[in-house]
Design a protein around this ligand. Sequence first.
Ligand code: BGC
Length: 858
Amino acid sequence: MELYNLQVNNRIRAFGIDGVPCFSWKLKDQRSDVLQQAYRITIDGLWDSGIVTSRDSAFIAYAGSPLSRCTEYRWHLTVWNNYGDEASAEGSFETANPVWIARWVESGIKRGVSQYDYENRNANNILDETKSGMKAGAAPVNFTRSFVLPEKPVVRARVYATAFGVYQLRVNGLRPDDREFAPEFTSYEKLHYYQTYDVTELLKTGQNRLELYVGDGWYFSDQASPVLGPRHDAPAVLYQVEVQFEGGTACTVASDGSETCSTGYVVSSDLFMGEAQDMRLGFDQSMPAVLKEYSLDTLAAQPTEPIRPMKQLPATSVFQTPKGEWIADFGQIIAGRARIRLDIPNGQQAAFEYFEILDQNGNYINTMYAPQKDTVISAGEPFTHEALFTFHGFRYIRVSGIDNIRPEDFEAILLTTEKENAGSFECSEPRLNRLYQNIRWSQWNNMVSVPTDCPTREKAGWTGDILIYARTALTNENVTSFLRSWLRNVRADQSERGVVMITSPFEKLYDTLVRGVCAGFGDTEPTNVAGWSDAIVWVPYEMYRVTGDRLILRENFVAMKNFCDALIETAHTKAGGFAEEVDRWLFNTGFHFGEWLIPSEPVGGFEICKTSAYYVAPFFACQSMKKMAEICEALGEDGEKYLYASEQMKNAIQKALILPDKLPEDKMGAYVLAFAFDLVPEEKKAAYKARLLSLIAANGYCLDTGFLATPFLLDVLCDLGETELARKVFWQNKMPGWFYEVEHGATAIWEAWNADEARSTGRFVSFDHYAFGIVDDWIMRRLCGIRAASPGYRHIVIEPMRDVSINWLSRSFESVHGKIRVEYDDAQLKVIIPPNTTATVIWNGCTHEVGSGTYCFR
Ligand code: BGC
């Protein structure tokens, strides 16, 4: 037996962590039927877990003496299995949490004023700006600090740093790593991350120079800035350098107001509008920085891997459109930006407009709202251009200001939070392979610091999108630390009355929006929005089910309770018009998005949401109560209140909404959700099923479900014994259908099934929304047949559904216990079951109970 993948906090590198760490590992063994029997974790002088008889191998919380700050630790692990074998391994982690002597220092340059007049740069852009009502960002500010180190060799040096704005750190002109957009997107007023850097190799004796180049980022963005009290006037930084020398001496250099500030070649930068550079400009003039008393209480160590360049794509072609525009095409929708080699005359400006699709005539079209336009003025030397403080969602770039455009000069860079891959899928049907790749791309493109709706129009942490997508996300990447971090934002944004916001970090933009729509329902404050706010219950619960992580349930428990209690209260205080017991328990008030984006409904405005909100609100409230009761059970808490609430809500729904032969809102999604949430009484099942099937048939075997019902559609059909129909809807290549997109050139998942109408209408719609990628969860569980029968896949069910459209398929999933793999063709099923798990394999009508190992069934 061997131990591998020893992790702390589920991180690739547990470097610069705070809080109580948790440990995990995996077992490798040639033999079959391996189970862990016991483990022991020790950290010298601090903790000895003793020999713990347990199969747990993940999310084991540290329980030793307090850890020191800014210290590297080694942890030792020994594991015993059911064969009496013993294996040991070692891992490491490093704490952060410095005693801050650093003080916030703010730029002395008034924000928005660059040393260069950039009024003219947007000459062709004005129209777009007026249309979107947004302003270009300000000029990023470079904070510089010089300091002298004694003539002694440095043995260890760390920088702890953060900013208001997004920053890049340089030490003696070099970046310690390739992270982007530090300090990440958080609800800054309540939660603000700092980063830890190893700069041992970058410091030298004598003069040293530290720089933090700070762009607007989310905090100063016109569109994305979080809900705040008064926003600061200018970018600010906080940093602390901790240096240890040979011989045991140490010194600290911290931000203290002795910094100078200057603007440089980045003339303006905004996450949505784009970035303007002028390579002729240096960082010459400087202004003193100003000390500020901003809080240090909100600081926390960044708990995720950074956003980094994770893939490079060469341009597949450059071409000229019928209008004569030059376009670089990367053949793939990607989030990030391009690196472009340029050799143009001094003073000449090149412009790059990033966009997602061509219009119906093959020309440039903006379907993204903000123009995503970067510009650069050459200083006459050949150089490689890349924006510093913005990112875009794009497949194409419209290029102007370059005479000789060559594909080899363009490279697209994917910027996304680094995560371990957890999934792979391939089969004999190329269109399905493309669909899977589209799903993977939308996930990469929308996991940039927080889970976002799209990398173009909004870049926002919409709660509803990740509520439906969390399981798919977990199936394809290790998003544990990523989602854990995002949930901290959700909790930070939750109101005292338990209301979970529609996006987290909650932005001013959405605060205004939600207050507007809520006012229409007589609410003066934002209220819980069905299917969006429920994310506080659903997302941690999905994480627990996929990975077995009980800590995530514990961390979010109070927030979930507050949310559920608020729902119970709301149902009580505001319903009306039904019998008393119904009025008490039917959650049917306030603003809701309803199912959202039902294909047959007209686009635009929130009025239409009311129709499906009628069932979505009470159904989701009831389902969240049920989940909450299950969560209480998993944690050994008393969940009686929520079980009772779910039963009462179900009763109210059945009395008020479940009519004898159909639902009052006779929509496909209503039936789907009623079945999925087990709300249809036995005696009405036949009639309801018949109604659902006839709605599907009448719709040409296309789905007509929105965001919230689509995730359940195919499963409900399978559970009703209508597997063939589920297949038919799944493989549908008419609109709305997944293969319509694939056959119409999609390289990611579209926000709306009819998104490509935007080619002629110019509607602001995204071609890169992961939400409808949830079908991969069905592919994984039904088509590939890999299901978790208990939390964390400790017991696995393998039951592939044969499909005539596929001759063979192969899927793997890296679970917390290791790789699960299913591969089948007409002749056989091959299965890999990882150590420390068991499985029930159902194939060709036979059931096999197996332990870990590699199996082949013919
Ligand atoms: C976003 C969605 C989001 C929705 C809520 C849209 O603008 O892009 O994905 O969930 O609004 O209504």
